[in-house]
Ligand binder design. Structure first.
Ligand code: NDP
Length: 485
């Protein structure tokens, strides 16, 4: 009979406790929902409808580059454009660092990339993804319009959103002097004094976009040096109206209810508070990755950037790849995002080949591919004069929504497809009218427009709501929908 003495028993107990806690720690760290492998059987897809071999979420330089490669590799490819069609480059002016093109407007570069994708047969869906079921394959991708797509591979290229400070007055004066888009709103600050918060390339861009309009720009940098590239710093040297204040933390934004009038700063070197009279606050303090819909589904770091496997673009779930600013917190360049989009498409292609998605299989399911269906022409109209405003808005028998937009405002243009789509959905129940601010100065004055995009909802000739920020389609639908009887 085996005799176990007391010290051996103690050692066994210690060993058991060690193994159990290590397993618990390992499980917590990796999260085993991240490490599971999917039960993939290529023959199963013939039972499905609305199939798409490659679904790309996002249409910035990462998504568009992935589209070019995936379609040229022979796979039917869908790009779901997302909240910001064209991505961040549509919010810049000149791009001077895209290899082989010396100087091009950011929006033009993205238009060209879209055209190249379309010529290669890539389909574009003007919609936003609200969820992706990664628990079973093919993955069910659900959009804000309620479309369901069975994706054999997913490339997440959802980019990032501008960061905000979360200080008093920021929310209250959003659109009343506080903004993140100089390219949209600079014309509202003619001969005014503004601050740009941040010291990176985005802040430098904001300064260059504001320069032709404003009286004085003060750049507020929290540290003792700029983070912007030397090329951008050289551009800043030519801006006569620019002053740069270092070691400044913006603590509070103050206004008179209708717009910003001053700010409170904390000089973190001299430890003293400074009050500054100001008309506008432009925030350019970096971006946060757009990965909320993948929380607890894909492995990400504590800042929300998706984690990749080795040198590939593979995420923690098989058949899901990521590219661009959702996974890159180091380089954050359009060219790098483009390269990672190419890698993601190559990884997706390899995966499809490995699971046996051959031309024969593709042929078998050719009637089962997801198709984009159009639902009639847009019902959006335009007005520019006070007379039209009186007739079309104030005397309207049904609620009216005015969308103040501008050609120089990328986010306004990005929201137009959603606005148009809702005009069809709410046809006869609500009028959808666009106002181009550059062609309607009287209306801009009459309705106190200080920012684009701005939406005003009228009911019975009275203003019932205002909203002056970017909205996703779903948000727009519930916001406008509440005023429909
Ligand atoms: P960055 O992260 O490069 O810079 C952010 C800036 O905001 C830094 O000065 C940072 O200060 C400051 N900041 C961050 N948080 C706060 C805060 N809470 N309060 C005050 N200041 C804050 O972001 P960008 O958006 O400027 O640039 C992102 C990437 O895009 C970069 O790689 C950039 O090169 C690229 N880009 C390139 C352009 C071009 O080439 N034309 C144009 C725009 C962007 P601190 O330095 O102390 O951290």
């Amino acid at each position: 009979m085996l005799v176990i003495n007391q010290s051996t028993r103690f050692l066994i107990l210690l060993f058991t406790v060690f193994i159990t806690s290590s397993l618990v720690l390992f499980y917590k760290k990796t999260g085993c929902n991240f490490c599971k492998h999917l039960n993939i059987n290529i023959n199963e897809i013939t039972k499905k409808e609305n199939i798409m071999p490659v679904v790309i979420l996002g249409s910035g330089s990462a998504g568009m580059s992935a589209g070019i490669y995936a379609s040229r590799l022979g796979f039917k490819t869908l790009i779901i454009e997302g909240e910001k069609p064209g991505g961040q480059l549509t919010g810049t002016t000149y791009v001077e660092n895209w290899p082989s093109i010396q100087r091009i407007m950011g929006p033009k570069l993205m238009e060209d990339l879209k055209e190249q994708n379309q010529k290669l047969g890539v389909s574009f869906l003007q919609d936003t993804v609200v969820s992706v079921d990664l628990a079973k394959w093919p993955f069910e991708v659900i959009t804000s319009d309620g479309l369901k797509i069975n994706a054999l591979t997913v490339i997440v290229a959802t980019g990032s959103n501008p960061r905000v400070l979360g200080i008093p007055g920021e929310k209250e004066y959003w659109g009343k002097g506080v903004t993140t888009c100089a390219v949209c709103d600079a014309p509202f600050f003619k001969n005014k004094n503004v601050v740009v918060v941040g010291g990176g390339d985005s802040a430098a861009e904001e300064v260059l976009q504001l320069n032709p309009y404003v009286n004085k720009i003060t750049m507020l940098v929290r540290g003792s040096a700029l983070r912007a590239s030397q090329a951008m710093i050289n551009h800043l040297k030519n801006v006569k109206s620019l002053a740069i204040l270092y070691n400044q933390d913006l603590k509070k934004i103050i206004g008179d209810d209708s717009h910003v009038t001053s700010i409170v700063l904390w000089d973190n070197k001299q430890n003293k508070e400074i009050n500054m009279d100001i008309d506008g606050v432009f925030l350019a303090i970096g971006h946060e990755p757009n990965t909320q819909i993948f929380k607890d589904k894909l492995k990400m770091d504590k800042m929300g950037y998706l984690e990749l496997e080795g040198r590939s673009q593979k995420t923690s779930v098989e058949a899901v790849f990521a590219a661009g600013d959702v996974e890159d917190h180091v380089y954050k360049q359009a060219g790098v995002a483009s390269g990672s989009g190419i890698k993601a498409a190559l990884d997706a292609s390899r995966f499809l080949q490995e699971i046996g998605f051959s031309p024969e299989v593709a042929n078998k399911i050719q009637n089962k591919y997801f198709e984009i269906s159009e639902i009639g022409p847009s019902k959006v109209t335009s007005i520019s004069s006070l007379d039209e405003y009186k007739k079309e808005v104030l005397e309207s028998e049904i609620p009216v929504v005015l969308d103040f937009w501008a050609n120089h405002c990328p986010t306004c243009k990005q929201m137009l497809p959603s606005f148009e789509s809702l005009s069809k959905k709410f046809s006869g129940k609500m009028k959808f009218i666009k106002v181009d601010i550059d062609k309607a100065p009287e209306l801009v004055k009459e309705l106190y427009i200080l920012k684009v995009p701005s939406f005003i909802v009228f009911k019975g000739g009275q203003i019932v709501a205002r909203y002056n920020d970017v909205m996703q389609k779903q948000q727009m639908e519930s916001f406008f929908g509440q005023f429909i009887d």
